[in-house]
Write a protein that binds this ligand. Sequence first.
Ligand SMILES: Nc1nc2c(c(=O)[nH]1)N[C@H]1C(S)=C(S)[C@@H](COP(=O)(O)OP(=O)(O)OC[C@H]3O[C@@H](n4cnc5c(N)ncnc54)[C@H](O)[C@@H]3O)O[C@H]1N2
Ligand code: MOO
Length: 456
Amino acid sequence: MSVSPAPQGVPVPGQAQTPPASPASPAVPAGSGPRTVAAHRDAVEDLLRRWFLAHPPAQESVALDSAAGRLLAEEVRAPGNLPPFTNSQMDGYAVRTADLAAGNRPPGAPAMVPLATAAPIPAGSAPPPLLPGTAAPVMTGAMLPEGADAVVPIEACIPDSFLPSAGPGGTVPAGGAAGTVEVPAQTPAGQFVRRAGSDIAAGAPALPAGTVLGPLQLGLLAGLGLDRLTVRARPRVLLLTTGDEVREPGRPLEPGQIHDANTTLLRSSLEEAGAEVLRSRILADSPQEFIARLRADVAADAPDLVLTSGGISKGAYEVVRQGLAAHEVAFLSVAMQPGGPQGIGTVDGVPFLGFPGNPVSSLVSFEMFLRPALTAVTGAPRPRTEVQARLTAPLGSPAGKHQIRRGRYTAGTVEPVGGPGSHLLHALAASNALIPVPVGTEHLEAGAEVTVLLLE
Ligand SMILES: Nc1nc2c(c(=O)[nH]1)N[C@H]1C(S)=C(S)[C@@H](COP(=O)(O)OP(=O)(O)OC[C@H]3O[C@@H](n4cnc5c(N)ncnc54)[C@H](O)[C@@H]3O)O[C@H]1N2
Ligand code: MOO
């Protein structure tokens, strides 16, 4: 997981900033033709940027164990040294290298130097100083006694193993003269010694504000002894799907009904991208009920974003489009397939995005528009990686559309999975990449190089 400082423009938590003149103005399209993917991406980013400038994310304190995936709100400095004390990197003998130095021994002296053994030092104990001319059995991670400046691993000593009595209180090494161990004369100072603070020193910057807390970062904070962290509040999303035909998974279907895939697709995508889904609902196809419930939920939950799927195209019962007719929301067409129909604006001042109902369309809309905006604006830094890949099969695409096909990427190649249909959930589940075919490209041969977006 990357350690990334807050991107430019991320509001500083807790510090209100002057919002632009019209924070609630919807991104209404100019002109009548379909909007480009890039223009819509900018519009979505702009919508969120305006909101978060006026409503900077709060800070909250969370327990270390609940902090996975969260963003540090402020820099963390090491409260103490890591390691906290100078300790041994090996099971062996702590020695004073001055005892071994060539100058202290006659010419032609043997390669091994006998030393009297001191009391063993298990991990977790605080040993007395090491007397000159002695070697103390020391275990990995145990504190080095004052005066010791090197550790000789047990396998380099004679004898090369500890007696069972080398536990606390024991003194006699196996097989050798009682109370004597021979260690190599050529033992450099510092060998197998882990100095206090050598990983990070007390007071030094440990992690910058904006860091995404993954296992590696949490491991450091735990090692530093921190059990609570100050993180940024996650972007809060109200997620609604619409349709009389849509039923929750687990409920039986009547003829003509389908199970709700979008709520799960979008909820898990949002959560994976660092957002919090406050509430998700299926609303029936009544525009009046839809807008009444939506406004009540907005008032009750105070979300940062309302996201809907379905009900925005050209049918006779487009609940979202009809329900929001009196609001500052534009329903427009983006030159993208899937994900052509899009809604964007504000409802009672809160950013609103309406994704199309086909499941693949809603997922592609998330990946193409909302994920990049969340990354850029809120510092929820879960950008997708783009890689170059060679197509294993030819692809066709409508000339006027930025088509997003699904595929399976492996080692520099990408195999298209399923057709262009935006209802193909099975093929979506078998893919790990999106394959954009830009406007103007109608055909790509097998072997053509494409830039794919990795979904994992
Ligand atoms: N005459 C036209 N018809 C359509 C156009 C068009 O331009 N002219 N656009 C097509 C495109 S492209 C899309 S995408 C869809 C978008 O439709 P809506 O956003 O209005 O969505 P619905 O009509 O409500 O549903 C479309 C499709 O998706 C299924 N769906 C809806 N919600 C869910 C859900 N939660 N889980 C699973 N599946 C869902 C729904 O059953 C429909 O099959 O419009 C085209 N039509
Ligand atoms: O643009 Mo629609 O999203 O193809 O299915």
